[in-house]
Ligand binder design. Structure first.
Ligand SMILES: NC(=O)C1=CN([C@@H]2O[C@H](COP(=O)(O)OP(=O)(O)OC[C@H]3O[C@@H](n4cnc5c(N)ncnc54)[C@H](O)[C@@H]3O)[C@@H](O)[C@H]2O)C=CC1
Ligand SMILES: CC(=O)C(=O)O
Length: 315
């Protein structure tokens, strides 16, 4: 059983990402009550009906209802997937002005309800919107979490798993930094069942060239998917579900999420993708994985890119 009784989630934003997340929650049976809020109330009504028709076949009962911001007051987690999404050719950072404005009103409504739980953010650019949510909400930094590079790490581990013909759960490797174009792979710490990637590449030198392609495929996956089908949603929905499960089941599991840095990795006052221990209180701690000199330079660049964009909004 991976379910704790009596928990309540409010989802704000029932588009492609939000509705896929709702479906993954139902499928895995990890929450008791889900309330859904969106400007498109008709679609919420339709999705609530549709999801409820699947409850009989879910691992455990779940109440799913159309919600209002008042429902946030005793929620354990409010998950925000609302806002503009990238169109083909747009970067995540192109969405910043529009989505910060939307978030100001959404987070104010959530906090007016008396909400005192954990905020989980998926909307892009996710690192900056997580920072914005922390600023707008006044919640402690450990109770504001962004999905960060959870999806990028899953993409990375998937591609490495194909290359080395093992399950992705046996690949230990992270993508950190911005969930976006400046993200980086922590090659120096990557290993499969304890055998370092460096050692594996010495044993299989023919794979060396593939590693660069793998990084590029991870970094650019969203562009490829958006070009092919207009949006990405299943991968991130699974990542959000994984973070939700870590919180509700108090798992103390390490996931690459957007977490607030307070000196870790040499940086302050920024939310960015790093490995962090997640439990019922939110982010228990940021794990400072050792980085090579080159990785640290790339991480610094990623952080500075985030700060350069967010600072004018929060002077
Ligand atoms: N963090 C990650 O790894 C990923 C993040 N995303 C991001 O998630 C966000 C959502 O993407 P999609 O679901 O594809 O977009 P979508 O356009 O399908 O859904 C967005 C939803 O937000 C709603 N919305 C807009 N303003 C609202 C407001 N003020 N209050 C309540 N609802 C509001 C819209 O009505 C719509 O239903 C985008 O910013 C996208 O870039 C997408 C994939 C991965
Ligand atoms: C859209 C997006 O952020 C992603 O799929 O990575």
């Amino acid at each position: 059983m991976n379910k704790i009784k009596g928990n309540k989630i409010v989802l704000v934003g029932n588009g492609a990402v939000g509705s896929s997340y709702a479906f993954s929650l139902l499928n895995q049976g990890i929450c008791d009550e889900l309330y859904i809020i969106d400007l498109n109330e008709e679609r919420v009504i339709g999705d609530v009906m549709d999801l409820n028709h699947g409850v009989l076949y879910a691992p455990s009962p779940m109440k799913i209802k159309a919600g209002s911001y008042a429902d946030c007051h005793d929620a354990d987690i409010v998950v925000i997937c609302a806002g503009a999404a990238q169109k083909p050719g747009e970067t995540r950072l192109d969405l910043v002005g529009k989505n910060i404005k939307i978030f100001k009103s959404i987070v104010e409504e959530i906090m007016t309800s008396g909400f005192d739980g954990i905020l989980l953010i998926a909307t892009n650019p996710v690192d900056i919107l997580t920072y914005a949510s922390w600023k707008f909400s006044g919640l402690p930094k450990h109770r504001v979490i962004g999905s960060g590079t959870i999806l990028d790490t899953a993409r990375f581990r998937y591609l490495l798993s194909k290359e080395f013909d093992v399950a992705s759960s046996s690949v230990h490797a992270n993508i950190i930094g911005e969930h976006g174009d400046t993200e980086l792979a922590v090659w120096s710490g990557a290993n499969i069942a304890g055998v370092s990637l460096k050692r594996l590449l010495e044993m299989h030198p023919e794979k060396e060239d593939r590693m660069k392609d793998i990084y590029i495929n991870v970094r650019d996956a969203a562009y490829q998917i958006i070009e092919a089908k207009g949006a990405t949603y299943y991968g991130v929905a699974m990542g959000l579900m994984r973070i939700t499960k870590a919180i509700l089941s108090n798992q103390d599991v390490v996931l690459t999420v957007s977490a607030y840095l307070n000196g870790e990795y040499g940086h302050q006052d920024v939310y960015i993708g790093v490995p962090a221990v997640i439990n019922r209180n939110g982010i228990r701690e940021v794990i400072e994985s050792p980085l090579s000199e080159e990785e640290q330079i790339k991480f610094d660049y990623s952080v500075n890119t985030m700060k350069g964009i967010q600072t004018p909004f929060f002077k």
